[in-house]
Design a protein around this ligand. Structure first.
Ligand code: PMP
Length: 359
């Protein structure tokens, strides 16, 4: 049957840019081992969840939350050592990507690399920005000179840089990132640091050093709170003030705010899990090193790319073992690649065992 999102099925009045963009390409699968969304394999600690539920119950649900989640912004600012006027929170950092594209991309340029995180390009297309993508270098490093040439060629818009990069897990040398960012002039530079805990990198200093830069962060990965939907931007107060104008009023629920306050009061669990995530990632990569068939590509995130001779066959084999990963083999430069999130030690063992059984 005709998918409801096809351009032909669009009701009259829908903008051509929206009609022309496919729906977000994701099919949730109910299988025991979910390694397809780069989530934290562990739920929020039970004692903290109980405290969050207690606070949720104590707050009025009939009243609107804080207009701009001010209390939460204050607490994030304290946690990050940042000026609270420079913090903007939204339900997931995906929303910030939409708003930043609105802020600086509409009728202007969105510049990023290829392959890249799909939401940058999706929002650019939906909002009618001119999308410019530069291929990553063969080793997945940033094509700094080519990006600098594009920065010069186009009127300023928004530049998305992801560190660690998604979907490769590659981290660039700090000097290369600085070189690129310093060349960006009036462009709004977004440093997406969704996975930064797993690489122990932090570009806050770079954001502080220039007026047009932001760091995007999320509670969905290291914090294990993807279901609550909370992301934030760290910027100068001036840039954050402009971005805040685009944030819909009351957009973080009372319930999510209560839970996040608990997480920020007792963040110790995050470090423990990140340490295990890094250990497990390095163990899995070491176990696959020198494999005759597969190439596990180095990563500094909580996921890695697995290059296979036949991505479809490997995907189906893993699914037959109750393990779901993400196909990336249609992306430029990622022939044969699957993206695999790091799970619990038992899940990673199951992955390795399933891969060992492949003919
Ligand atoms: N940036 C990158 C690079 C990501 O991989 C993701 C999650 N897939 C996000 C941002 C968005 O995360 P969230 O909306 O859950 O905060």
């Amino acid at each position: 049957t005709e998918p409801l999102t096809s351009p032909q099925a669009a009701p009259a009045g829908v903008r051509a840019a929206v009609r022309g963009v496919p729906a977000y390409p994701f099919t949730p699968l109910d299988v025991p081992t979910k390694l397809d969304q780069n989530e934290n394999p562990y739920d929020f600690p039970e004692a903290l969840k109980a405290e969050a539920l207690r606070r949720m119950a104590a707050r009025p649900w009939n009243r609107y939350p804080d207009l701009h989640a001010d209390e939460l912004r204050r607490r994030i600012a304290t946690y990050e050592g940042w000026d609270e006027r420079g913090v903007v929170v939204t339900p997931g950092s995906n929303v910030l990507i939409k708003l930043l594209t609105e802020l600086a991309g509409i009728s202007q340029t969105v510049l990023t690399v290829s392959p890249t995180f799909s939401v940058y390009t999706l929002e650019a297309q939906l909002l009618g920005a001119t999308l410019v993508q530069v291929p990553l270098n063969a080793d997945f490093s940033l094509p700094v000179d080519a990006l600098k040439a594009e920065l010069k060629r186009h009127q300023p818009g928004v530049l998305y840089i992801t560190q660690p990069h998604a979907p490769t897990g590659h981290v660039d040398a700090g000097a290369a990132v600085r070189d690129l960012v310093d060349a960006a002039g009036d462009w709004v530079v977004v440093l997406d640091e969704a996975y930064h805990q797993y690489s122990r990198t932090d570009h806050k200093a770079l954001v502080l050093a220039g007026g047009n830069r932001l760091s995007l962060r999320t509670f969905s990965k290291a914090w294990g709170l993807a279901g609550l939907r909370l992301g934030y931007a760290l910027a100068t107060p001036e840039l954050a003030g402009q971005l805040q104008k685009l944030v819909p009023a009351f957009n973080v629920s009372t319930l999510a705010q209560a839970a996040l306050e608990v997480a920020l009061e007792q963040p110790g669990y995050v470090q423990e899990r990140v340490q295990e995530g890094i250990r497990e990632r390095d163990r899995v990569l070491a176990a696959l090193a020198g494999h005759p068939t597969f190439q596990a590509l180095p990563s500094q995130a909580n996921f890695f790319l697995l290059r296979t001779p036949d991505a479809a066959a490997t995907y189906t084999h893993l699914l037959g073992r109750g393990i779901v990963v993400r196909r990336q083999d249609s992306l430029p430069g990622l022939t044969g690649c699957l993206r695999v999130a790091i799970g619990t030690p038992a899940e990673n063992d199951a992955l390795l065992a399933a891969l060992a059984d492949l003919p």
